[in-house]
Design a protein around this ligand. Structure first.
Ligand SMILES: [Zn+2]
Length: 84
């Protein structure tokens, strides 16, 4: 069934929704809250001053020309994710 691209995408979407539902249920049971975050652009947005700093995927460092922040791309994305 996963050879059919459209069907595979639908199955993956259902599986992801089931995972989120299970995590939300477990979190509610333990008194926690699940916050879903759109991760698009989090590695390109400067975590210190905000503007987008375009970079290609192989580029692993975030160097902001505006504020001078220089950190690992993943760390920059993690800081932005926490803020969202
Ligand atoms: Zn900056």
């Amino acid at each position: 069934m996963l050879k059919n691209h459209n069907l595979a995408k639908a199955i993956s979407g259902v599986a992801l929704r089931m995972l989120v539902t299970t995590i939300e249920s477990k979190a509610a049971h333990s008194g926690s809250v699940v916050v879903l975050v759109d991760l698009r652009k989090t590695s390109q947005m400067c975590s210190r001053c905000g503007p987008m700093v375009k970079k290609e995927l192989p580029e692993r460092a975030h160097n902001c020309p505006r504020c001078g922040l220089s950190v690992d791309r993943d760390l920059n994305a993690a800081i932005n994710t926490l803020r969202l």
